[in-house]
Design a binder for this molecule. Structure first.
Ligand SMILES: Cc1cc2nc3c(=O)[nH]c(=O)nc-3n(C[C@H](O)[C@H](O)[C@H](O)COP(=O)(O)OP(=O)(O)OC[C@H]3O[C@@H](n4cnc5c(N)ncnc54)[C@H](O)[C@@H]3O)c2cc1C
Ligand code: FES
Ligand code: FES
Length: 475
């Protein structure tokens, strides 16, 4: 087998021996002169660099919009990469035409990213609802047109494309969109071409100092230029790290499972019904397609949304070194600011969530400067079990109020066995507040964060026990 990274780029096969840590956007623009993929921020924030990544899954190619500025070239192996040039054909595509018709493009800098994101949405979204289409482009920032025109273009697009796309069913969707010119005809041949590409085998030995890269959404922001110089251990598609699987009393989540993977999982929806909705508050569509559970935990940001939610679900964490895996409680994994119980050579292999017969009631709250696509000032989650208004078990966690994503040990223990009442909630909030020590920073002053925390903890009970707790009970 020839060395290098082999993949399909728009309509042709490409092979490169560039370092796997090269940012995909640089390969596209500098190496291939595909300059329709723009660079706005290089931090996953603007969406100007959005491309589609198509991967064979269960016999079908699934396309996902990703930020190519945060994407390691090594992870395109065996995939179909689609840039705006790969969507163009003789005339305008319906997505492009609707942007023109509604005046949704002015300087045009953001337009390729928006068109690529919406094309990915048309290819993949099961229901093609307007609000979901708007959500699909929440990671695409436009500085000049204003979002009303973009929304009109989306509404027009869905009016025209939705009936035929839905009528075709999931298997026939691609051909239906080829028929309408949303994607060029060569897309129909991509599944067969991908099957012919050599599968990337995991290297037998990886150097001990290799940088572990999962989604890369934190690493490329923090250490982007360095990654092209380093040996990498890419986990995004690695067997044993991906997927979500059930066990008799637990649900296992591979460390490389993405936020989008959790949102789409029928297993997750069955066991923790509100979780997919809460995950919509995490970053943007492009980032959710890549951001992993393990990356969120090991990045150990004190305001990591996934870390806080998983603490409230009483998660266990599987730490693997070679053939050995040891398990800890996630709450014991965070030792101090960016200090983890992770030994040299160990990686996070999976998270495990207890599944009880009664089922856990989960609630998550997050306050950020923007409701979507922003890091929290303070976030908070609770998972509890209750019978007839009496709490039998509880786990509460908060972010932005300590050097680590904080498991509220004393407050959680206090709740077990208590009747839900305004007095219980008051005391719980008081104990929780005494466990925290928020600092003043760009996301808010200490007093503001303390006030936020109290309200978010109260909101858990307001939402979970509306028959027992009312807005007037706020301490
Ligand atoms: C625009 C933008 C918006 C964001 N919004 C949010 C948000 O709303 N909420 C939020 O919580 N986060 C947010 N993030 C942060 C980030 O997306 C998440 O922390 C994400 O879960 C990180 O996962 P990753 O796979 O991309 O990590 P990577 O960047 O791949 O890795 C992060 C760190 O973890 C290590 N690592 C990764 N996987 C493993 C493993 N299995 N074992 C051992 N080490 C590992 C890496 O070596 C690295 O040190 C945002 C990021 C961006 C760029
Ligand atoms: S350049 Fe802004 S998201 Fe990639
Ligand atoms: S049209 Fe100028 S940034 Fe969107």
């Amino acid at each position: 087998m020839a060395a290098g990274i082999a993949f399909l780029l728009n309509g042709r096969e490409v092979r490169t021996s560039l370092p796997p840590g090269t940012a995909l956007v640089d390969f596209l623009r500098d190496g291939q002169r595909l300059t329709g993929t723009r660079i706005g921020c290089r931090e996953g924030d603007c969406g100007a660099c959005t491309v589609l990544l198509g991967r064979l899954e269960d016999g079908r190619v699934r396309y996902r919009a990703v930020a190519s500025c945060l994407f390691p070239l090594g992870d395109v192996a065996g995939c179909h990469v689609v840039t705006i040039e790969g969507l163009n054909h003789d005339g305008l595509t319906p997505v492009q035409q609707d942007f023109v018709s509604e005046g949704a493009s002015q300087c045009g800098f953001c337009t390729p990213g928006l068109v690529v994101s919406l094309t990915g949405f048309l290819l993949e979204d099961p229901a093609l609802e307007t609000e979901d289409a708007v959500s699909a482009v929440e990671g695409n920032i436009c500085r000049c047109t204003g979002y009303a025109a973009i929304r009109r273009a989306i509404e027009r697009l869905l009016r025209e494309a939705r009936p035929a796309a839905l009528a075709a069913g999931p298997e026939g969707r691609l051909d239906a969109l080829v028929g309408r010119g949303v994607v060029p005809a060569y897309f129909s041949g991509i599944p067969a071409q991908l099957r012919e590409l050599p599968a990337e085998a995991a290297p037998k030995r990886e150097p001990a100092d290799a940088v572990v890269v999962a989604g890369g959404t934190d690493l490329f922001v923090q250490r982007g230029p360095e990654l092209a110089e380093r040996k990498l251990r890419l986990l995004a598609h690695r067997d044993g790290f991906t997927g979500i699987w059930p066990a008799p009393d637990r649900l296992f989540i591979g460390a490389a499972a993405t936020v989008a993977g959790l949102m789409e999982s029928p297993l997750v929806a069955a066991v923790f019904p509100p979780l997919p909705g809460f995950l919509r508050l995490v970053s943007s569509t492009q980032v959710r397609h890549r951001a992993t559970v393990g990356g969120n935990i090991v990045n150990a940001s004190p305001i990591g949304d996934l870390s806080v939610i998983l603490l409230a679900l009483d998660a266990g964490i599987g730490l693997r070194c070679g053939a050995r895996t040891r398990e800890r409680k996630l709450r014991d994994f965070f030792l101090g600011y960016k200090k983890l119980d992770l030994k040299p050579g160990e990686v996070v292999a999976w998270l495990s969530l207890p599944v009880t017969r009664q089922g856990v009631r989960l609630h998550f709250e997050k306050v950020a400067r923007r409701r979507r696509q922003d890091i929290a000032s303070v976030n908070a989650a609770i998972g509890l079990e209750a019978e007839d208004g009496r709490i039998t078990a509880a786990h509460a966690a908060a972010g932005g109020v300590a050097p680590v994503p904080l498991y509220l040990r004393r407050a959680s223990a206090f709740l077990a066995g208590r009747e839900v009442s305004p007095a219980t909630v008051r005391e719980f909030i008081g104990i929780a507040a005494s466990e925290t020590a928020p600092i003043s920073d760009v996301r808010g002053a200490t007093a503001y964060k303390q006030a936020l925390l109290r309200r978010l903890l109260f909101a858990h009970f307001l939402e979970l026990f509306p028959d027992r707790i009312g807005a007037g009970d706020l301490p």
